[in-house]
Design a protein around this ligand. Structure first.
Ligand code: TEU
Ligand code: CA
Length: 553
């Protein structure tokens, strides 16, 4: 049995393009990350998950890999990577890589070979099918707009791509493909990396019944996740590769349910260590997807997160996140961008960091960074946003321009991809020249330099949360119980472990809330709070976006 160090760890996600630019070309890079290790150490995180930095034509900012064995020149060289890894290790920080193997880039040599002829030995590394009635083989729509199949004239067949046409899906049914992927994973693990975050790993087994080549019609987003052989593929991967190293693995598992997660992240350790689910961040979506102005409902949010806390307790392991490079900023989404920005950022952090699981902090979240005021479609860089605009506004005219721009400001992935705010100076200290994507102009007020030297900052608060997790086993191991499930403003839960008990109370509303404390907390002591919180006569009154954690004495 390995130590399972990741159960007590806090992970920090770095989107390398937007983190720190060391050579003034406007694009973040590996040397930039190395130069900020001191900052990350100060924050107190244990693990850095770095979004893809391998060779890529960058249609999807590296989630389209054309060579898994080399570094994209914009990000640096293999020597830079080796230095980053060594420096991180010297400081006691671990590094987790993004493994993008559901698909490759259409510029990967495997795809070049595969498309060259129907007889090519690597033809079967991707999914090639004949068209149907003069169109694609089935009715699937891709994540990034348009059909999930593209006709390749060279051989007259269509290839499958669940994302963009530049991201053809790899065919995991093919044993040589699997072997090549496992070899590549060993290459990085032998360098000494500390694990993988696996991109859309729940998609690798396509819904094909044994021997059948026919893709069923229907909603691709529902049909593709958790396919018939996914657990077989992952347990082989565990046996042949992962189990030989003391690492952590987290699978990005779009479409995963609690029952499926119990298999992927089972405590027997036969597949992955944990998965990211999407249920809580999907609560402001609709049948038409994410392009709307719906808000996450707190009662639903509590229901979902509680179901995951209970469902995985003792059986599997949770990952905890509000933010990543695909999600808008949490302060803008569930908190307040104005007067209560800092306070709501701390409240949201409190709510998440006291749950059971491994917390993930996305760059800038620890400063309370917000969504960005993008003006027109020309300000966006993300292919998902640009393609959706083109499809829904320009081609199909289903959404008016102004309305779509409003949805994009709320939901676009670029909201989390604006450069990190290091200081209030030129280009926010991110770069010496114009960044590849616009800066959020609020970097003058919201930046690391200012927050690192201010006791009450969001940064200081995250530091405390991370430290508490290290000190208190109850946060890692305690039982979770939700109180007042139907309250529309308060999220209150308890954790208990070995006779100790905590109560975590968070006010998701912009006005004051009072609630009666259970008897056993009447003389409790405050562990952390984002405001002065009068506890009088057995009641707590929380101001707008207030949060408090009490330990029963
Ligand atoms: O995301 C996969 C995924 O499940 C999508 O639903 C994603 O959440 C989408 O961006 C929603 O708007 C992963 C990566 O995290 C993402 O950045 C990549 O673009 C995608 O895979 C393809 O590799
Ligand atoms: Ca650079």
């Amino acid at each position: 049995m390995k130590t399972q160090w990741w159960k007590k760890a806090v992970v920090y996600q770095i989107y390398p393009r937007s983190f720190c630019d060391s050579n003034g070309d406007g694009i973040g890079d590996l040397n930039g990350i190395t130069s900020k290790l001191g900052y990350l150490k100060e924050l107190g995180v244990d693990v850095l998950w770095i979004s893809p930095f391998c060779q890529s034509p960058m249609h999807d900012n590296g989630y389209d890999v054309s060579d898994y064995y080399s570094i994209n020149p914009e990000f640096g060289t293999m020597t830079d990577f080796d230095r980053l890894l060594e420096s991180a290790h010297n400081m006691g920080l671990k590094i987790v890589m993004d493994l993008v193997v559901n698909h490759s880039s259409n510029e990967h040599p495997w795809f070049t070979e595969s498309r060259s002829s129907r007889e090519n030995p690597r033809r079967d590394y991707y999914f090639w099918r004949d068209g149907r009635d003069g169109g694609p083989p089935n009715d699937w729509k891709a994540f990034f707009s348009g059909p999930a199949w593209t006709l390749d004239k060279a051989t007259g067949q269509y290839y499958l791509h669940c994302f963009s046409p530049q991201q053809p899906d790899l065919n995991w049914e093919n044993p040589s493909l699997r072997a090549e992927i496992f070899d590549m994973m060993r290459f990085w693990l032998n360098k000494g990396i500390d694990g993988f975050r696996m991109d859309v790993i729940s998609f690798i087994s396509k819904p094909l019944n044994a021997g059948s080549l026919v893709f069923p019609d229907g909603d691709m987003r529902i049909l593709v996740p958790n396919g018939p052989r996914v657990h077989e593929f992952l347990s082989n991967m565990r046996r042949e590769v992962l189990s030989r190293y003391d690492i952590m693995t987290v699978g990005e598992a779009s479409g995963v349910t609690v029952d499926e997660a119990v298999k992927y992240a089972n405590s027997g350790g036969s597949e992955l260590d944990m998965v990211f689910h999407f249920e809580h961040v999907g609560l402001d979506g609709s049948e038409t997807g994410k392009w709307n102005d719906l808000k996450i409902n707190l009662v639903e949010l509590k229901k979902v997160l509680t179901r995951w806390q209970h469902g995985l307790f003792g059986r599997a392991w949770n990952s905890l996140y509000w933010c990543n490079h695909d999600q808008p900023r949490i302060v803008s989404r569930l908190g307040d961008e104005g007067e209560y920005r800092e306070k709501s950022a701390k409240m949201l952090a409190t709510c998440l960091h006291f749950m059971q699981g491994t917390p993930y902090v996305y760059q800038g979240e620890e400063l309370g960074m917000t969504n960005a005021p993008f003006a027109g479609i020309g300000d966006y860089r993300d292919l998902e946003s640009i393609n959706a605009y083109e499809e829904l506004v320009v081609q199909e005219k289903r959404i008016a321009e102004g309305e779509m721009l409003r949805y994009l400001r709320l939901k676009s992935r670029d909201n989390s991809r604006t450069p990190m705010h290091w200081n209030g100076g030129r280009h926010a200290g991110f770069s010496d020249s114009e960044p590849w994507i616009m800066l959020n102009p609020n970097y003058r007020e919201i930046n690391a330099e200012e927050q690192m030297q201010r006791a009450g900052s969001v940064f200081a608060y995250y530091k405390t949360l991370i430290k508490l997790r290290k000190e208190m086993d109850i946060i890692t191991h305690g039982d979770y119980q939700l109180l007042m499930p139907d309250d529309p403003y308060l999220f209150i839960y308890t954790r208990s472990y070995g006779g100790e008990e905590l109560i975590v109370a968070c006010n998701f509303s912009g006005f004051g809330q009072v609630f009666t404390l259970p008897e056993r907390f009447h003389s409790a002591k405050v562990l952390i709070a984002n405001e002065a919180h009068p506890i009088t006569e057995g009641a707590v009154s929380l101001g707008a976006f207030g949060a408090v954690v009490l330990a029963a004495t």
